[in-house]
Design a protein around this ligand. Sequence first.
Ligand code: 5RP
Length: 219
Amino acid sequence: MSQDAAKQAAAEAALQYVVPGEILGVGTGSTVNYFIDALARVRSTIPGAASSSEASTARLKAAGIEVVDLNDAGTLSIYVDGADEADRHLRLIKGGGGALTREKIVAAASRKFVCIADESKLVDVLGKFPLPVEVIPMARSYVARELVRLGGIPKLREHCITDNGNVILDVTGLAITDPVRMETEIGLLAGVVTVGLFARRPADVLLLGSPSGVRELQR
Ligand code: 5RP
């Protein structure tokens, strides 16, 4: 089974969590694209979706699914999104697709966060995947220096301006043994908009696609 087929299997499995009659939150990325394709088949059962990126908004609309402003949606029953890494406590690294800020907002506004991924994303310790940090452009150098002070090696993501007009520093070399603490510490740096650690609000369900089927981990 290819990695794409594993992503698609996890995405299809997430359909069971969609609550008929309720708006849901939709993340960003190639795994979520499979989920949007699956959601299109049941679009008549939901009033719409709150989107985490311009890219997902365009795909949802193309699939005939109404996109709802999160401000008008109230608390969402579920949020479905992918991840770059996940540990067994369902803490995540996200932001490989650059949508981490809106993703964190929609996740925070949702009762249940269903994470979909292929099994290669499951790790013992987070941090092999470079940690994305979205930064206000004028704070780029300051935040980079602070990240070095924390033991990281920040690299400006080239040709990337986020949907919010900011830049992203991808940070390698961090020992993320305490993800909640690191999320707080980096998040408090002046100029940081969002750090791509989802540990304070981890996923509630992790659906991992693999050749032997879809494995479900609960928190
Ligand atoms: C985007 C994300 C994605 O969820 C993450 O990058 C995983 O992407 P993919 O499903 O393409 O592997 O956080 O900001």
